[in-house]
Write a protein that binds this ligand. Structure first.
Ligand SMILES: Cc1cc2nc3c(=O)[nH]c(=O)nc-3n(C[C@H](O)[C@H](O)[C@H](O)COP(=O)(O)OP(=O)(O)OC[C@H]3O[C@@H](n4cnc5c(N)ncnc54)[C@H](O)[C@@H]3O)c2cc1C
Length: 417
């Protein structure tokens, strides 16, 4: 026999009287936003911009746990190129490169995109074969890439040391002339300003701490440090932390997070005309418009969420730079920093729907997602708006790791900045 206490009888009466009957199973409030984007980096802000601009979905919020552009977008070495090996990657990154070419005009904000050329050095027979394979594959895909002899490489980049007697002599190089650099934080600000002008809300200091789902399992909103925000469409673009956020909806991602660091020298007058990358000795360099030599190091060998890389990694990178460019040996380094990159097993990204209705993810860009920013944002917005991928990002699913359709740029290149 069911027993009722005086209190429960009183509560039932009260509930009936005041319409509180189902207060513990109250439906979630009406969606506050038509879409929420988690992560205020270039990818997230850009996705919000394209949701508003291309798809007319303007009631959008970007939720950023810190400040916009404070993640990898503001920490990277800004190398932009599209000379990836596989058809899917070439299509993805060249889509982005073409968008870079008009981005300052599109946003009415100077992102200082500079197509000064990206040159990748070959130091041994294997490098020569790999780069020539890339060049042929790229040309078939309509992506520019060309082979230079060591002398031609030095003509293109006069500070380069092509002495055949060094430990890793330069035997030639692959050059993508349309590649280059941009001003990274300007990309975040440019997208933020343009999205804001279209009505997007950008909410900083707002960390997503949970993802709420309705009785049918679909997304109904996010819990944040500033309270619950309802939306039936949530896109996660939280580089380095995507797996943490997706875990809140019990979606497991094949990602590992690593620290990746970079450093800059004291500023000097213009001396370095292009971007030079050496995969074999793992060093890459360009010169910023402020005059600093921008040097990228490798990822740490262990997973971590610290935004700081090991000192020995930076030291090895500087040793390689000194060997390639002996004239920079006496330059002083001004500052160094790190970011956290999330890496998939095949080193290609995921831009996709998830098994949870209304939940989308753009992640796994590893060490090379800055160059993709406009393209990734554009494709992610398409995926969120239409609930289906664009043909360009259709291969970049989560399921490919289950089904084995990998896009294995990891094996194709030792470094992917
Ligand atoms: C040192 C370094 C050098 C690099 N060099 C290059 C390069 O030369 N070329 C290149 O193409 N790529 C490079 N990359 C990679 C590139 O920076 C990234 O792939 C790209 O910037 C990712 O952009 P994003 O907008 O997705 O991420 P981010 O800019 O990191 O934005 C993600 C945002 O999500 C926020 N966030 C995380 N969790 C939450 C949460 N729970 N709630 C709310 N917000 C949250 C973070 O605070 C962050 O601001 C480099 C990266 C590093 C670290």
């Amino acid at each position: 026999m069911q027993r009722f206490s005086a209190f429960s009888l009183f509560r039932q009466g009260l509930d009936r009287q005041k319409g509180w009957k189902n207060q513990w199973r109250k439906p979630d409030p009406k969606p506050a936003y038509d879409a929420i984007v988690v992560g205020g980096g270039g990818h997230g802000l850009g996705a919000a911009y394209y949701l508003a601009k291309v798809h007319g979905i303007r009631n959008v919020a970007v939720l950023e746990k810190g400040w916009i552009g404070g993640g990898n977008t503001g920490r990277n070495t800004t190398i932009i190129r599209s000379n990836y090996l596989f058809d899917e990657s070439a299509a993805l990154y060249d889509h982005a490169l073409k968008m870079w070419e008009g981005l300052s005009q599109e946003l009415n904000y100077n992102v200082m995109f500079s197509q000064r050329g990206v040159m990748m050095l070959a130091h041994n027979i294997h490098d020569i074969q790999v780069f020539k394979r890339h060049i042929h594959a790229n040309r078939v895909n309509g992506v520019d890439n060309e082979w230079l002899t060591a002398e031609e490489a030095k003509d293109f980049c006069p500070p380069l040391n092509i002495d055949p007697n060094v430990r890793y002599p330069v035997l030639g190089a692959a050059l993508q002339r349309r590649g280059g650099t941009a001003r990274h934080d300007a990309v975040a600000w440019g997208y933020a300003r343009a999205a804001d002008a279209l009505g997007v809300d950008i909410i900083e200091n707002c960390e997503v701490t949970g993802i709420r789902r309705d009785a049918a399992g679909a997304v109904s909103g996010v819990e944040t440090t500033r309270g619950f925000i309802a939306s039936q469409r949530v896109g996660v673009s939280a580089a380095g932390h995507s797996s943490v956020v997706l875990d809140m909806a019990h979606v497991r991602l094949p990602l590992e997070s690593y620290p990746l660091q970079a450093l800059v020298s004291e500023p000097v007058k213009p001396i370095f005309p292009c971007v030079v990358m050496s995969n074999t000795i793992h060093a890459y360099m360009s010169q910023s418009d402020k005059g600093e030599l921008v040097i990228g190091a490798g990822t740490d060998a262990y997973t971590s969420y610290t935004q700081r890389g090991g000192l020995h990694i930076a030291t090895e990178t500087l040793a390689a730079i000194c060997e390639l460019f002996p004239q920079f040996r006496r330059m002083r380094m001004l500052r160094n920093w790190g970011g956290i990159v999330d890496v998939t097993p095949d080193r290609s990204p995921i831009i996709a729907k998830t098994p949870v209705k209304g939940l989308y993810v753009n992640c796994g860009w590893g060490t090379g997602g800055f160059k993709a920013t406009p393209g990734a944002a554009h494709l992610f917005a398409h995926t969120m708006a239409r609930d289906e991928p664009h043909p360009i990002n259709a291969p970049f699913t989560i399921e490919r790791f289950r089904d084995g359709y990998l896009i294995d740029e990891a094996a194709a290149a030792a470094v992917a900045h």
